[in-house]
Design a protein around this ligand. Sequence first.
Ligand code: IVH
Length: 724
Amino acid sequence: MLDAAPKAPYHLVQTGTGDGVAETKIENLDEAAARAELKALSAALARANDAYHTQDAPEISDAEYDRLKRRNTAIEQRFPHLKRADSPTDQVGAPVAEGFSKVAHEKRMLSLGNAFSDEDVAEFDRSVRKYLGLAPEAPLTFTAEPKIDGLSLSLRYEAGRLIHAATRGDGSVGENVTANARTIADIPQTLTDAPDVLEVRGEVYMHHDDFAALNARQAAAGDKVFANPRNAAAGSLRQLDASITEGRPLRFFAYGWGVVSAPLAETQKDALDRLAALGFSINPLTMRCTGPEMLLDHYRAIEAQRATLGYDIDGVVYKVDSLAYQDRLGLRSTTPRWAIAHKFPAELAWTRLEAIDIQVGRTGALSPVARLAPVTVGGVVVSNATLHNEDYIAGRDANGLPIRDGKDIRVGDWVQVYRAGDVIPKLADVDLARRPAEAQPFVFPQTCPRCGSDAPREPGDAVRRCSGGLICPAQAVEKLKHFVSRAAFDIEGLGAKQVEQFAEDGWIAEPADIFTLRSRFGAGLQQLKNRDGWGEKSADNLFAAIDDKRRIPLDRLLFSLGIRHIGEAASKLLARHFGSWEALSLAVDAAAADPDAMEVFLSIDGIGAVMADALVTTLTQEAERASIDRLLTQLDVQPVVASQAADSPLAGKTVVFTGNLEKMTRAEAKARAEALGAKVAGSVSKRTDLVVAGPGAGSKAAKAEALGIDTLDEEGWLALIGAS
Ligand code: IVH
């Protein structure tokens, strides 16, 4: 969707093919030249395969790849006896790289929530206060520092020695890039007077002038040039050969820490100063601020210097300064409550809308996509943007009120594009003065462009949906792509591209087919082997990666099914509540037979009626259920054990809070209970295990008593969770 391109101020350099192969007419080649060229071609193709399949960063175009292969074949046909043992003709697939070993992060590496406006920043301050129970006038200090546009790295030191360095990966497991990190001058190899175990976290990045010089060198050598400093930093750190990283001018700013055997300090700022004293680079624009106004002043000061810093930043990060408060605030699912990234405003650009395509998503949603004349926005060439739905194109919002002053969007229009953060580009405006006279209002299709089924729009739904269900090939492929995605089955070597290829070939039509690939193709690997990009080794690796995922936690399985409204968080809640697929499906069947039985879903805090309906409707569709049953025969579904839950007194318990708590806010109490494996419900029923009643508790406490449910006051609750 986004095509990488150099940011405007950098030198534009032509990408070389990297093959270095001279084109002599085949009939004019002598044996020595042919031998040399076959060698060069073999190396060039191996490298192209590696770039494409292993690095996910194609270095040459498909056309160029094909040209090299054709030439190789032609030379081999003229000189059959010169055919190499490692001839590319025989090695169709990618040589599967050893890759990096994996490192499990003892403490997850987090991402950050975003703020885009002054109001969002004020809201951050309010929400922190609310969670901590601090009055508006009570002091609350933050730090503010630039958000570096690089990639995060975790450095583990034991007894003062760097023992490993790992990328963020999915937050839980990253790649071991220790050898590469050791080549970065900003990263100390040894520390004096550091805690026995210390994980330092920060951002690897590249200076603008180093980036320009690197690209110039790459171009001169006919090697890949990088789109921007962040890609260059990522590409350089993730080199399997550390000697290559060594030649790349990477830098590192420390901004935090993971596991520490002894606290670094009592505040964020003091902890950073401690890291600086240990020898790490800390961003010099880091500042302690006493409230939202001061945060915003510092944000504007940083923004004013952005162009002259010499490296890319994309916002300012605010963190609660007190580490005791940080501890209490804890995390949402992947982001801390105590920090937020205030992003710089999106960049804008005008371009022409060349076409409107309709894509069909996994739940059948027809999504219009703008095809744009390519334009650079914030350093990236954009040629697609989302158009949301038919109302949006027509200039109306979901309530029928005008957007863009009611201006519709037509093919041929000049439109203003923007990107905010990493999100898909959007359109901000349309220029009616430049609208071509012949431009026609866009007519939104009423049928699915892929399978022709009706695509009705249900009342209250903003989008049209293809009614073809499993017969719609577009929906089926999107479902499969979701199934293998990172938060779902995450099968190594089976990404969106491979799924598309396999589906197109008719090898997989539904998730269960992935798990029968080996039995259907394993015996004669021939078919897979003959596919472009697949060799015997990569096929074997794929089968092993698939087998690896046959054991799957229930929450992942649920999420992977791609049921509308059932995202990762809902899947976790359901998995934790029901424990097994059998228990969940019994509840689904009961709810389908008797609407009252829906209550079992609604009693789960965080599961609403829309989710429960979607779950029951989807799982009781015959074809869908049959497809899931086929999948289940291939899997070993693992019950979900809540974190810390096993030996926690609250594991698996349903807790209700009522009345006022004085030592902790309701939000904090709920988060603590959940972290200990409990479910928090809003109302008391016979399924409630424990009621925590503060002063002012009314009917809920009375009901608990009537039902004979254990009730604790706040002191008892604090003692139970070990916080008194
Ligand atoms: S703090 C719990 N501080 O931004 C806090 N992150 O969107 C974790 N980043 O993955 C991050 N500069 O790679 C923090 N000064 C800074 C940062 C920063 C850049 C990156 C980091 C993180 C991402 C989150």
